[in-house]
Each structure stands twice: as C-alpha cells, then as structure tokens.
Ligand binder design. Structure first.
Ligand code: NDP
Length: 261
C-alpha cells in the first residue's frame, strides 16, 4: 500500500453521511491536507451544523456552497476553490453527493429518472469538467509521471446497486432510477479515465459497501446495513492510498475488491 499525501481535496455532499466522515478522517490524518474543501448545499444552515463545528476547530477546512444539479453553482464552486488555492492545483475531487428514491420499475416516472440521473450522473460529469484545470495543475505540479490519488484524481462514489452483473438487493428494493444512474456513473468514470489519463488524472468508481447512513438505512427498518460509516471510509481511504496507474477506469469496493460492471 502506498501513502496518501493529499495537499488539497474537495468532497461533495459533505454535510452528512459518508461525505462528512470523509472530511473527518482526512482532517484526522497524521499529516492532514493543507486544504479540505467540504461542499454542501446550505453551508450556513442547520444541515451543515457538524461541518461548521469542525470548521471552527480546523482552519484548513473550507465549506463551499454547491448544488450539484446547478451548472452555475458548480462553476462558482470551482472559482472559489481556485481562489483559495492561489495558483496551486487540486489533488482530489470526490464526487460523493448522491440521491435515491424508493421506487419499483412500475412506478418510476420521467421526473424520478431525470432528477436522480441529474444528481448522480450529470453532476459528477460537470464537476469533472469544471475542476479539470485545477486537477491538471496539481498533476503538473507533482513530480513523476505515474497516476495516483496524491497527485490528481477523480473518485466517483458509485454503488454495487449499479452493477449489471450482480444486481444487489433486488428483492429488497428495485430503485431502478438509482441503479440506472449509478450504472451510467460507472460508464462516465470509464470515459473520464480515458480522456483524463493524458492530463495525469486518475479516475475510479468506488462502492462504499452497504453503510449505516440516511441513504443506506440506520436500523429504522428490518434491513440493517452491516457497515458503520467510519469503517467504510477507513477502508476507502486505504483503497485510495493504494490506487495506481493500473487502477484508472476501474470499479472497486471499500476493501479494494473489483466490483463487476
Ligand atoms: P446520504 O443520503 O446520507 O447523504 C447524501 C449527501 O449528498 C448529503 O450530503 C446530501 O446533501 C448530498 N446531496 C444530495 N443531493 C445533492 C445535490 N443535488 N447537491 C448537493 N448535494 C447533494 O448518503 P450516503 O452518505 O449514504 O451516500 C453518499 C454516496 O455513497 C452517494 O453517492 C450514495 O449513492 C453512495 N452509496 C451509499 C451507500 C450506502 O449504503 N449508504 C451504498 C452505495 C453507495 P443534503 O443534506 O443537502 O441533502
């Protein structure tokens, strides 16, 4: 396993769940990043209370407003991050924000399909485009030609629910709009890996496991996710630290195992 020495990163959907824990664990590293940009929809509101508490203790944490379905908001976020970085690049973009709606094949609608796809797939596409100049700058400013997450990377938070070969938990929830959006996110990851390789940017899709969050469920139903959020994130950080050239364009889980497309 390599080391993860990230100078700067941005996490979307950072106010709760997996995103918030990613921020916590990056801040808690022995040599934490100089800049942790935590993006969320409402930085000053109640929903960002935990981030605000963290920011009061960690001057390297900057909360950035971001609605991932709004192209203007994405551009504004990239501009803000660029201003903070003052000429240096962004090493790591984690497209974590995501949404799901309980639905079966029979009751999916145009609105559902469009809304979930816009958040889970189009958002990461536009974020990749907007942050590419900063990611390129980070790649250029890091010695060595090999791809890795300490240099420059886009990590897309996918789900095994989007795996076509292993349709995960079908009998418990069809969530067709969600599955389709994550299958498409996987294809986007592949396309990004092909296009951005020459820019020095590694791109990978990660499945965090089935995790105790608002989305994963936290024991209010009979379905109880096996993984605590801190375990999932610890696993994913280990995976990030181990990614290299050969891993760009792959789909891995929180333990580093390949997930079938
Ligand atoms: P949560 O529902 O707990 O959190 C989702 C986060 O995404 C929130 O911060 C939410 O912000 C943000 N978000 C949603 N829509 C938008 C938007 N339009 N613009 C900006 N932010 C938005 O989910 P998890 O933490 O469980 O999931 C994180 C990622 O991991 C998702 O992509 C999910 O698909 C994936 N995943 C999760 C699994 C699990 O078991 N938990 C399993 C497999 C994949 P707000 O508070 O404003 O709504």
């Amino acid at each position: 396993m390599g080391d993860l020495h990230v100078h700067s990163l941005l996490v979307t959907g950072a106010n709760r769940g997996i995103g918030l824990e990613l921020v916590r664990q990056f801040l808690g590293m022995p040599s934490p990043p100089a800049w942790v940009f935590a993006a969320c929809r409402d930085p000053k509101g109640q929903r960002a209370q935990e981030l605000q508490n963290l920011a009061s203790k960690h001057p390297n944490l900057v909360i950035i407003p971001l609605e991932v379905t709004d192209p203007a908001s994405i551009k504004a976020a990239a501009a803000r991050v660029g201003e903070h970085l003052q000429g240096s690049g962004l090493n790591l973009l984690i497209n974590n924000a995501g949404t799901a709606k309980a639905s079966s094949l029979d009751d999916e609608t145009l609105e559902n399909m469009t809304q979930i796809y816009t958040t889970n797939t189009v958002g990461p596409l536009l974020l990749g485009q907007a942050f590419l100049p900063l990611l390129k700058k980070a790649a250029q400013g890091t010695p060595g030609s090999a791809l890795n997450c300490s240099k420059a990377a886009i990590i897309n938070m996918s789900s095994s629910a989007g795996s076509i070969e292993e349709v995960f938990l079908w009998n418990y929830g069809q969530v067709v709009s969600y599955r389709c959006s994550k299958a498409a996110l996987n294809m986007l990851t592949k396309c990004q890996s092909l296009r951005y390789r020459d820019c020095g940017v590694l791109c990978a899709a990660l499945h965090p496991g089935w995790v105790q969050t608002d989305m994963g469920g936290s024991g209010r139903t009979f379905l109880f996710p096996p993984l605590r959020v801190d375990e999932s994130v610890r696993g994913m950080l280990k995976v990030l630290s181990s990614l290299s050239e050969k891993d760009t364009g792959t789909f891995l889980d929180w333990e580093g195992k390949v997930v079938p497309w």
